[in-house]
Design a protein. Sequence first.
Length: 111
Amino acid sequence: MSRPAANATVYHAIADPTRRAILDLLARDGEQPVTHLSRQFAVTLSAISQHMRVLREADLVRMRPVGRERWYRLNADPLREVAHWAGNYKRFWHDRLAALGEHLDNENETP
């Protein structure tokens, strides 16, 4: 029996490179205000706010109001299922790359 897949909104959220970069920044640097996050990208604050909405809807970030600012922090829990799913392909790629390595070694041994 298959296990339940991660929510489709999580996959949609991480499909965008800007949103993945935002998640990377939050993972690396911790909680940050949206204005600081927006300075890291060559897009408008409005565009970053839209990305943050998608990430919030996927429960990948948590927002905390601090005065007039909104601070965001990573919630990596929804990524656990994605990591598990992607991990299933690790053995596949390991086996394929090992076979390629053997083939190349054999080819180099043949005069």
